[in-house]
Structures are given as C-alpha cells and as structure tokens.
Design a protein around this ligand. Sequence first.
Ligand code: PBG
Ligand code: ZN
Length: 327
Amino acid sequence: MEDLLQRPRRLRSSRGIRSMVRETRLSVKNFIFPLFVVPGTGVKEEIEPMPGSYHYSVDRVVEAAKEAYDLGIPAVLVFGLPEYKDAQGSSAWDDSSPVQRAVRAIKAVLPDLVVITDVCLCEYTDHGHCGLLHRDEVANDETLPLLVRSAVSHARAGADIVAPSDMMDGRVGAIRRGLDEAGYSQVPIMAYSAKYASAYYGPFRVAADSAPQFGDRKGYQMDPANGQEALREVALDLEEGADIVMVKPALAYLDIVSQTKATFNVPVAAYNVSGEYAMVKAAALKGWIEERKTVLETLLSMKRAGADMIITYHALDAARWLAEEKE
Ligand code: PBG
Ligand code: ZN
C-alpha cells in the first residue's frame, strides 16, 4: 500500500461525488437551433449532406421552431434560400423573401422564442460571394449599405437579434448605425467575428445553395493559421458595437473560443458548423461511434472552452438527451 496523499481518483469514485465536483454543465439554455427556410409551401425535406436536418417552407418552419421552443431551446437562427438571385443579392432585403416571412410567422406564434437572422449576401447573389463584386474582387465598402438594408429588413420583420456573417470590414459599425437610424437601437448584433475560411462549411453550402461560383472566400474569411488576428477581429467588432461575438467553426478552433472568453469576458457564441455535424452523423450512421455520447461530449467541450451559446444542428436531439440525463 503506497501512502499517496494525493489521490485524484477519490473524487471520481461515485456518481454523486463526480456530480458535486463537476465544473461545467451543458444546458439546453446554451443552444441556438439553425433553421433553413425555402420558397414554396408544405416543404419539409431532409438536407442530403446533413442527415436529420431539413429545409422548411415558411408554413412548415413554425412547427420546427415550436419543437425547439417546447424543448426549452431559447433561440433559433434563420437562414433562407430566396426566390430569385442577382448580382447584388437584392432578395436579401426584400421584405417578402422567405427569411422575412419566416420571422413574421415564427414571432406571431412564438413571441418568446428569440429569433436571430443570418445577415449575408452569399445565399442571394448569383455569383455566391458574400458581397458585391468589383471585377473579381468582393468590394468591401460598397457591400456595407447592402448588409445594412438586409439587417434593417430583418429587424422590421421582427428579428430579435441580427447576426452578420459576411466578414466585411466595418460591417458591425455600419449595421449598428443603420439599425439605430431606423429605430431599432434595441436590436443586438451577434457578430461572426472570428470566422475562418473553412472546409467545414461544405454541407451548409449545399443546404443554403451558397457556394461561390468561382474562387474561394479567403479574401474575406480568416486564415485558419491565425489566432492573434482573431482577437484583433473580436476587439474591432466590440469597438463597433457588437453585443455578442462568435467563433466559427467551433471544434477545430476551441483555442480561439477560450482566448476570446478569457481576453474580453463578453458573451461568446461558438458555431458547431455543418461539417462538424456531418462527420458525427456519418460515423454514427455507420455504427462507428455512439452518437449521443459523442455529441454531448463535443458540445460540452465548447462550453468548457468558454462558449456561452452554442449554435448547433444537434440542438433538438441534445435537448432531449439532456432532459433524460440523471447526472
Ligand atoms: C454565410 C454563412 C456560412 C455559414 C453560416 N453563414 C457559409 C459560408 O460562409 O460559406 C456556415 C455554417 C455551417 O457550415 O454550418 N456566410
Ligand atoms: Zn456569406
């Protein structure tokens, strides 16, 4: 018998003791559930590279929002596929586009569900880039007023929070001023602040029909090699008026989540993106991993790293699983 004074296993010896010393608890209140709205009626169609996730028409999306709300999930994040696309992405600020109609429909039935909208142009432009093109370059400053129009249109439809994901310089400040001038000074901005040019967005671009028709997004989204730059991006967005900052993707960037929380101590969101979801789903469908344990462990890691909010396609399943956990 060794006379060890320190035996960390003592605090792992029973379910009750483990529960007492647990440092992090994942809650349904941490989740934000993304929704994809499409034109038409009566549509609920599974998204091929994202098994268990669906395209909904406006009339059906309320069911999905209600399911989330009834499970205790506080918020949804709405993406839309428009009826038409053009060079400017003008359907992004059309008050009768699917996103705007979905926001009105959801808020009418579920006034207490927080409705967040993704503000970007890539779903709405015929070239699939997140801003206006000038020759083959995305023109930063010319894009800003279009993002502002889109954000104001979302707020007019009743969005509780707007979330710009375009990565143009100065867009948070421009949107803040635009919202304020239009009378929406109470609408917070959740900024995709550290958004990387990532291969993990592949399934989403199929779901949102938003892949760039030429080139890539490396001229505006961040280089995956850069961590210090992420903190500069976050600092800038906070100076410009961001209320919540986001790190995206989540799993390969937990160091950035952690540093963001430690450095700024503001509300931080992590986006558990489509490719992270697809990897887990594919392996689970093959029977190669246990989906439930893997998902809950992954989401817990994001919370432990410092995320207050986790945007995840697993939200409905995870909410059900958490409700069943005994701890
Ligand atoms: C639009 C946008 C993207 C995602 C969220 N908003 C795609 C992209 O930037 O190409 C990705 C979300 C996901 O992969 O789940 N700019
Ligand atoms: Zn975009």
